[in-house]
Design a protein around this ligand. Structure first.
Ligand code: NAD
Length: 493
C-alpha cells in the first residue's frame, strides 16, 4: 500500500525554517536555484530548498574567517564545554532528528535512533574532550642551548562537503574534530538532506558556539566547487562519490588546497568454514542491507568458503527475505526506500545488466517494488549467488540493496578476490582461527578490518580508505591532526 504523505508533511512543517545559516543568522537566498525536495518514501514533492550560489559561499567564508578569530580567543577548556553542551543538545534531540532524517533521506527511525545517532553522539563526546588536549612537541634540546618545539595551530577555515546518506555521522566526524582543533567550518550538505544539518546548526547556536564558527550553505555542485576554489578556505573535508572527488581535487589544485576524501567501497566480507555461521549469516545479511545498502562500509561482496556455501547462503537469504520493508517512520521498518528516482534507475540497470550477462544467479529480489509502494523509491533487497568476482556486479559500488555472493576454495583465493578491486575501505573476516584472523588483518588492502563483527567506526580509531576509497583519516588523534598544522620553532638561548 502506498505510504501516506500526511504524517511526513507534519514533520516537514516542524523542520527548521532557516536552511542557510551564515554568521549566526538565517539568510534567505536562492542564488544557486531551488531544489524541489521529493520524499523518497512517497515520491511527493514536500519542500522547496533554497540553494546557495557563489555569492553566498563568499559570505559564508568571510563569516567563517571572523568566526575563526572569535573561536581562537576562547580558552580551550571553554571550547570543550561548548562542544560538550552541543553534544548533549544533539543527544536530547535524537527523537526529533531521527524523524527529520526519515523524511529527507528515508533511513528508518529504528536505524538512525539505534545506530547512526548514538554513533555520532559517541564521536561528538570523544572530540569535545579533545578541545583542551591539543598538543605540540619538543623535538630537540641538544646542545643544551638549543630548543626546537612545535606550536599546534588550527588549520583555519574548513569546507565540509558532505553527502546525504548519514549527514549526522559526517557532521560528527568532521565538524567536531575541526572545532576541537580550533578551526571554523562552512558546511555544505547535500541538497537532498538540508534538515538534519540545519537542526544541528540551530543547536550549535543554542549551545553558545559563537557566530561564524559554524556556517551552513545547502547547495549543489556549484556551491561545492565555489567552496573548493575559494582562497579563504584552508582545507576541504569531503565525503561522497568518486566523480565528485575528482572534481574537488581539480578545484583545490588552483589554490594548492589540501583535501581529505572519504569515498565509497566494495568491501569484502569473508566467511571461513570455521566461522560462527549463525552469527555470520545474520551479520552478513543485516549489514549489507543497512540503510538499503546505502552505506560506504557496506560489506557488499560476501565471500563464502566452498565447503559451507550450500549451507550458509540459504541462511543469509532467510534473513534477507524476512526484513520488513516500509515507511521509515514506522518503528518496525528495517529497510526503507533508496534516496531518489535516479538511484532506483541506477540500481535497476545494474540488476538488469547482471541478469543479462550472467555474472551471477539471482537468488532473491531483483526488481523495484513498483505499485506496492506507489511512487516511493523502493528496491527489493537483492542477492546474487556464484557471482564472477571480475564482473561489473562484483567490481563497482552499487550503493543500493544488492549483495554479491562469491565462492572461494582456499585462503589464498579469498585474499586474491578480496583485494581484487580498486576500492579499499573496509574488510570483514569471520573465523575462529586467531592466526588466520591476524594474517588477513595484515594482508587485506583496506583502511580497516573487522573480525567476527567487531564494532565499526569506533570514535578513537582511524577511519578512512585506500585506493578509490580515498585518503585522509577521521577518528582518533589522526582525525584531529587533519585539522592541525604543527609550526616549528627553533630557539638558541
Ligand atoms: P556526491 O559525490 O554526489 O555528493 C556529495 C557532496 O558533494 C554533496 O554535498 C554534493 O552536493 C557535493 N558535490 C557534488 N558535486 C560537487 C562538485 N563538483 N564540487 C564540490 N562538491 C560537489 O555523493 P553521492 O554519490 O550522492 O554519495 C554517495 C557516495 O558517498 C558513495 O560513493 C558512498 O560510498 C560515499 N560515502 C562515503 C563515506 C565515507 O565515509 N567513506 C560515507 C558516506 C558516503
Amino acid at each position: 500500500m502506498a505510504i501516506d504523505q500526511s504524517a511526513h508533511d507534519e514533520i516537514v512543517s516542524r523542520a527548521p525554517q532557516n536552511l542557510i545559516l551564515i554568521d549566526g543568522k538565517g539568510v534567505s537566498s536562492t542564488s544557486g536555484g531551488v531544489f524541489e525536495h521529493i520524499n523518497p518514501s512517497t515520491g511527493c514533492v514536500q519542500a522547496s530548498i533554497p540553494l546557495c550560489g557563489a555569492d553566498d559561499v563568499d559570505r559564508a567564508v568571510t563569516a567563517a574567517r571572523k568566526g575563526l578569530a572569535r573561536w581562537r580567543q576562547i580558552a580551550p577548556s571553554r571550547r570543550a564545554e561548548l562542544l560538550s553542551r552541543l553534544q548533549a543538545l544533539v543527544d536530547s534531540d535524537i527523537e526529533n532528528m531521527a524523524l527529520l532524517s526519515a523524511i529527507e533521506n528515508a533511513i528508518p527511525v529504528t536505524v538512525t535512533k539505534n545506530a547512526y545517532f548514538p554513533r555520532a553522539a559517541a564521536w561528538m563526546r570523544y572530540y569535545a574532550g579533545f578541545a583542551d588536549k591539543v598538543e605540540g612537541a619538543v623535538t630537540a634540546t641538544w646542545p643544551a642551548e638549543q630548543l626546537e618545539y612545535t606550536i599546534p595551530e588550527p588549520f583555519g577555515v574548513i569546507g565540509c562537503i558532505i553527502t546525504w546518506n548519514a549527514p549526522v555521522i559526517s557532521l560528527a566526524f568532521k565538524v567536531f574534530p575541526a572545532l576541537a582543533a580550533g578551526c571554523s567550518v562552512v558546511i555544505k550538505p547535500s541538497e537532498m538532506t538540508p534538515f538534519v544539518a540545519a537542526r544541528f546548526v540551530e543547536l550549535a547556536h543554542e549551545a553558545g558556539i559563537p557566530d561564524g564558527v559554524i556556517n551552513l550553505i545547502p547547495g549543489g555542485p556549484e556551491a561545492g566547487e565555489a567552496l573548493c576554489r575559494h582562497p579563504g578556505v584552508d582545507k576541504i573535508s569531503f565525503t561522497g562519490g568518486l566523480g565528485t572527488a575528482r572534481r574537488i581535487l581539480m578545484a583545490c589544485a588552483e589554490t594548492i588546497k589540501p583535501s581529505l576524501h572519504e569515498l565509497g567501497g566494495k568491501s569484502a566480507n569473508i566467511i571461513f568454514e570455521d566461522a560462527d555461521l549463525a552469527f555470520a549469516s545474520y551479520y552478513s545479511a543485516t549489514f549489507a542491507m543497512y540503510g538499503s545498502g546505502q552505506a560506504c562500509q557496506s560489506p557488499s561482496r560476501l565471500l563464502v568458503h566452498d565447503s559451507i556455501y550450500d549451507e550458509f547462503v540459504p541462511q543469509v537469504l532467510n534473513f534477507v527475505q524476512s526484513f520488513s520493508v516500509g515507511d521509515p517512520l514506522d518503528e518496525d521498518t528495517f529497510m526503507g526506500p533508496v534516496v531518489n528516482r535516479a538511484a532506483v534507475e541506477r540500481i535497476e540497470q545494474v540488476i538488469e545488466g547482471a541478469k543479462r550477462d550472467g555474472s551471477g544467479a539471482l537468488l532473491t529480489g531483483g526488481e523495484s517494488y513498483g505499485g506496492r509502494f506507489g511512487r516511493g523509491h523502493f528496491v527489493m533487497p537483492t542477492v546474487f549467488g556464484d557471482v564472477d568476482p571480475k564482473s561489473d556486479l562484483a567490481q563497482n559500488e552499487i550503493f543500493g540493496p544488492v549483495l554479491s555472493v562469491i565462492r572461494f576454495k582456499s585462503d589464498a583465493e579469498a585474499l586474491q578476490i578480496a583485494n581484487g578491486t580498486k576500492w579499499g575501505l573496509a574488510g570483514y573476516v569471520q573465523t575462529k582461527s586467531l592466526s588466520r584472523a591476524h594474517r588477513f588483518a595484515a594482508d587485506l588492502i583496506c583502511g580497516s578490518v573487522h573480525i567476527n563483527g567487531s564494532p565499526n567506526v569506533h570514535a578513537g580509531s582511524p577511519f578512512g580508505g585506500v585506493g578509490l576509497s580515498g585518503f585522509g583519516k577521521e577518528g582518533g588523534r589522526w582525525g584531529l591532526e587533519e585539522f592541525i598544522r604543527q609550526k616549528n620553532v627553533g630557539v638558541i638561548v
